[in-house]
Design a protein around this ligand. Structure first.
Ligand SMILES: Cc1cc2nc3c(=O)[nH]c(=O)nc-3n(C[C@H](O)[C@H](O)[C@H](O)COP(=O)(O)OP(=O)(O)OC[C@H]3O[C@@H](n4cnc5c(N)ncnc54)[C@H](O)[C@@H]3O)c2cc1C
Length: 288
């Protein structure tokens, strides 16, 4: 097996230049909780590993005009300890903190979770529901990409060769907003989602004025379910509106049958999780 070279640059520009020089054989290393497992299993054999954990911009959390910018390589543990982010986006924080165990949380990042491109990645439905924008840098400069446009299928992203996700921007939110993420797993922890559901709502005078709903593990990529959001917006989140949103979620599902769940089960659970996540997000919105 070819030995991989290891570099730990101090800037995004340097990391991008290293990736460009690796002729398609470079891999970004953030926490390594997916990459190292895949290397050990012989699934990937990079010629160059570019460790991004020493890049300040990729490992910092900051607030800019009410929006939150979270470096793509910030660990789950650091996100867990960030009071401001937790208050603004509890659903996003909970989703990231569901990844693995305490040990995994000490390394794993949302950037790695997104770029590993598992349809069941826990942070992705919450980021998509939040309307998060990824800042991506590659050989042709920077671009801003809605998170839902990055996964392209199991293990595949829409990133161009040499591109790195630098950070995520969670938009400033109006008063009366709340988000939530729920997943179903066959065990109590350390398992892959059978279904994941992220919901982000804004409420004004008892009426839902904005909504985003995303589902994980029910299709080759995380789904933004616009029909579910449409059913919620303009309603008082009454049973009829919530049932219509759940029906839109069930209709959007194109899941696989596997040992964790059948197509019928996953489809039914998508509606159940939607209802529960809406209840939590609405409660949070009312108290904000
Ligand atoms: C025991 C265990 C339990 C787990 N449980 C869960 C779970 O419950 N839920 C879940 O969703 N996942 C789980 N995972 C999977 C994994 O921990 C997560 O996907 C994690 O978020 C990956 O982040 P990382 O920083 O370790 O990524 P890495 O392993 O460093 O990278 C993953 C992939 O993304 C690429 N990459 C990383 N960062 C970037 C970037 N900024 N730009 C471009 N490409 C990048 C890498 O090249 C690699 O291909 C688990 C893994 C283990 C080992």
């Amino acid at each position: 097996m070819m030995e991989a070279q290891y570099r730990a640059p101090g800037s995004v520009d340097e990391a991008v230049a290293l990736m460009a020089g690796a002729g398609g054989k470079g891999r970004v290393l953030a926490g390594g909780t997916d990459l190292l497992v895949q290397m050990r299993a012989g699934m990937v054999a990079p010629g160059l590993i570019v460790d991004v954990k020493r890049i300040a911009e990729m490992t910092a959390i900051s607030q800019i005009a009410g929006a939150w910018r979270v470096g793509a390589a910030v660990t789950g543990a650091e996100i867990h300890d960030h009071a401001g982010l937790k208050k603004a986006w509890p659903g996003v924080v909970e989703a990231i903190n569901l990844i693995g165990s305490k040990q995994v949380q000490g390394r794993a990042s949302a950037g790695g979770n997104l770029c590993n491109a598992s349809p069941a990645a826990d942070s992705v439905p919450a980021l998509v529901a939040a309307g998060a924008i990824a800042t991506v840098q590659g050989p042709n400069g920077r671009r801003e990409v809605p998170v839902e446009q990055i996964p392209a299928g199991p293990g595949k992203t829409s990133l161009k060769p040499g591109e790195i996700v630098v950070s995520f921007t969670l938009p400033a939110r109006p008063a009366g907003s709340g988000d939530a993420y729920l997943r179903l797993i066959p065990r109590t922890e350390m398992d892959i989602a059978v279904v994941g559901c992220g919901v982000n709502l804004t409420m004004k005078d008892g009426t839902c004025t904005a909504a985003r709903v995303a589902l994980g593990a029910v299709a080759p990529t995380v789904l933004l379910v616009e029909g579910a959001a449409k059913a919620l917006v303009g309603s008082k989140l009454d049973d009829k509106a919530i049932e219509a949103a759940a029906a839109a979620c069930r209709a959007a599902c194109k899941p696989i049958d596997d040992k964790r769940g059948t197509i019928v089960y996953r489809t039914k659970i998508a509606g159940v999780l939607l209802k529960r996540a809406v209840a939590i997000a609405a409660e949070r919105a009312r108290s904000n």
